[in-house]
Design a protein around this ligand. Structure first.
Ligand code: ADP
Ligand code: ZN
Length: 221
């Protein structure tokens, strides 16, 4: 089972992926997290990625695919996984199809307005250690500035500044949004209003997933 989360930056992909991980155990595969980790560790791929990420554009397809392949080869991905932030353009969608998959694939598009994105990202704080996500108003950490999960000091991501956010939105509308039509044409796309509280969004996604998972089994009974 492969679950793909599409949506603008700040649409809640990471939060939904985390909800699905805790509900079903599917690992959350975030290419943004993989890239930031490679940047932190100054691996050869990380050094390439660092210069491309700060500006709000996409990291080149080959670099991201290399990181993704490595991650998907780990045993925890065998039963299925949730993709957060991949694919982000048509060529990445082709690469993903080429990777193949035993089980079903289901795609969610988390729809939010640009205004919501700007508000959410301005208030977003993240943990540089475990990548937990906070919102200063809607989901503040228990202790100001400190990660609930691991105790590290929270940071504002350096691409969560107004100028870079605007660039990321442009990149999203130009390169990633066209994927919605592609997956809609394939027939496995579910549109979700991502502008609501996280709990409501995750509940809707889970309901759709559980129906989809039950469907084929029922038909075969
Ligand atoms: P967001 O979805 O909030 O923009 P991410 O953490 O998913 O944040 O991504 C941060 C940055 O990492 C992106 O702006 C982009 O530069 C890079 N990135 C992440 N995933 C990909 C991808 N699949 N292809 C190319 N670049 C990516
Ligand atoms: Zn943490």
């Amino acid at each position: 089972m492969r679950i793909i989360l599409l949506g603008a930056p700040g649409s809640g992909k990471g939060t939904v992926a985390e909800g699905l991980r805790s509900a079903y155990g599917f690992p959350k595969i975030s290419t943004g997290d993989l890239l930031r980790e490679a940047v932190r560790e100054k691996t050869p791929l990380g050094l390439v990625a660092a210069s491309q990420m700060g500006k709000g554009g996409l990291v080149d397809d080959a670099t991201v695919l290399a990181l993704l392949r490595e991650r998907l080869a780990r045993p925890d991905c065998r039963e299925g996984y949730v993709l957060d932030g991949y694919p982000r353009n048509l060529s990445q969608a082709d690469s993903l199809d080429a990777l193949g998959l035993a089980g079903p694939e289901i795609v969610f598009d988390l729809q939010v307005s640009d205004e919501v994105v700007l508000e959410r990202l301005a208030n977003r704080r993240t943990c540089p250690n475990c990548e937990a996500i906070y919102h200063l108003v809607n989901k503040p950490p228990k202790k100001a500035g400190v990660c609930d999960v691991c105790g590290a000091a929270l940071v504002q991501r350096n691409d969560d500044t107004p100028e870079v956010i605007r660039e990321r939105l442009k990149t999203y509308h130009a390169k990633t949004e066209p994927l919605v039509a592609r997956y809609a044409a394939k027939g496995d796309l579910h549109r979700i209003d991502g502008g609501r509280a996280a709990g409501d969004v995750i509940r809707d996604v889970r309901r759709i997933l559980e129906t989809a998972l039950k469907g084929p089994a029922r038909a075969g009974e």
